[in-house]
Design a protein around this ligand. Structure first.
Ligand SMILES: *Cc1c(COP(=O)(O)O)cnc(C)c1O
Length: 422
């Protein structure tokens, strides 16, 4: 590999100018190499402008800001649903921008987890993100059920790091008369493994179960076709790959086939009430006939504003180009890391993330066989922002909107120096 390959790759990158639309962190005068867009995406330069538009509208009109001004707040979400729908492969009416991820998981459980006699099991991945585990535990207890009895976790095999597809399907098959719900992650936060969501949905439906996904690490990262795959529901946060800022408003997808189904339960609030008659304030809940019928509360326009800033950039960059660049960045990262490993007398990097995934996400998780913490500290001190997970894992995720091939090359060089010098 020529040392200038990265220059050619960056020069040929049709998205190279998008980096300027983000604020890259600078510490002690040094621009950082930020590889944690999987954890908290960087700030779009337009975020503060979008926020000040909301503040100005509030200052100018008070509560009338909901109905007047350039963008009446009552219609603000329309600008968010459309770009989100194209990112996750849905119709805009299947999207509702509301609450936050864990809250939405509980709300979707109210609607889509309907235990019925023997059919009450939930299939999920082992070692799901802790919040998802706590959600299952407490939600099931609130229904008088025993989480130990209800939740079936699919594990990696002994000595393996990731879950085999065939083990997911075998578990579904084995419990096919008892499964009420499959609630699975789109891409595992720890291993970076991406799952075949289309196939999981089909297998779940064949077994008579509802199928939903937690897309925290998948939305804005890998291609999704939630509607065409016939997924029942999905939830995600917008602060990871979607760059809407710390604690951003979350979003849900609810397949349109469920919008008018009155047999489904939900927890309701006035913001999910039919808009034409919402302000008559009548007794008896009448839902909006779309995913918005699941909204509860008045949404925060300040949080909408930062999400809009980011989604406008996604729309301008184009989802197809983003996926193309992601695949190239990921391939270059793998190539660079394998090159580092191959140059060592004793290779100390073990790839947790499967190397030949058909659709790899941005993230690569590395198990460091020795000196992991020391190497991580050295990277951080040198201005490479990556993260550390016990016992010895470094995670990094170069993203297509603001990372470059040159950053990956620099990272590889520095990593090699850290490993080879004590
Ligand atoms: C990041 C993440 C969360 C975080 O949940 P919040 O409610 O947004 O704090 C939950 N689940 C998964 C899988 C995640 O990756």
């Amino acid at each position: 590999m020529q040392s200038t390959d990265y220059e050619l790759l960056d020069a040929a990158d049709p998205l190279k100018d998008f980096r300027e639309q983000f604020i890259i962190p600078v510490i002690n005068g040094k621009e950082q190499v930020y590889f944690l867009g999987n954890s908290l995406g960087l700030q779009p330069r337009t975020a503060s402008w979008e926020i000040s538009n909301v503040l100005d509208q509030w200052a100018m009109y008070g509560v009338e800001g909901f109905f007047t001004g350039d963008k009446p707040w009552l219609e603000f979400h329309e600008q968010l649903k459309r770009p989100l729908a194209s990112i996750v492969g849905a119709f805009p009416d299947e999207i509702s921008v509301m609450n936050q991820l864990t809250v939405n998981l509980h709300l979707m459980m109210v609607t889509f987890y309907r235990p019925n006699g023997k059919r009450k099991k939930i299939i999920c991945e082992a070692k799901a993100f802790p919040s998802d585990q706590y959600m299952f535990e407490t939600h099931l207890k609130s229904l008088g059920l025993d989480p130990e009895e209800v939740v079936i976790e699919v594990h990696p095999r002994r000595g393996e790091q990731t879950i085999r597809d065939e083990d997911i399907f075998q578990t579904i098959d084995q419990h096919r008369d008892e499964i009420a719900l499959i609630l699975w992650g789109g891409l595992n936060y720890y291993t970076g493994q991406a799952f075949d969501l289309k196939a999981v949905t089909k297998a779940g439906h064949d077994a008579g179960a509802m199928v939903g996904f937690d897309l925290a690490h998948a939305a804005g990262n890998i291609p999704l076709q939630l509607h065409d795959w016939n997924v029942d529901f999905a939830c995600w946060c917008n602060y990871k790959y979607l760059n809407a800022g710390p604690g951003a408003v979350g979003a849900v997808f609810i397949n349109e086939q469920h919008h008018r189904d009155e047999s489904l339960h939900r927890f309701a609030g006035w913001w999910g009430y039919d808009l034409a008659t919402r302000f008559q304030m009548e007794k008896g809940f009448k839902p909006i006939q779309s995913a918005e019928g699941w909204q509860l509360s008045t949404p925060s326009m300040l949080l909408y504003a930062t999400l809009k800033a980011s989604l406008d950039i996604f729309a301008n960059a184009g989802i197809k180009q983003l996926h193309e660049k992601r695949r190239k960045l990921n391939a270059y990262l793998h190539q660079t890391l394998q090159h580092v490993n191959a140059s060592l007398d004793e290779p100390i990097i073990e790839f947790i993330t499967p190397i030949n995934q058909s659709e790899p996400g941005c993230q690569v998780s590395l198990f460091m066989k020795s000196r992991g913490r020391e190497i991580y500290d050295g990277l951080m001190q040198a201005g490479f922002i990556v993260d550390w997970r016990e016992p010895s894992v470094i995670r990094l995720a170069p993203v297509p909107l603001y990372n470059t091939f040159a950053e990956i090359a620099k990272f590889g060089e520095h990593l090699q120096t850290l490993i080879t010098t004590h």
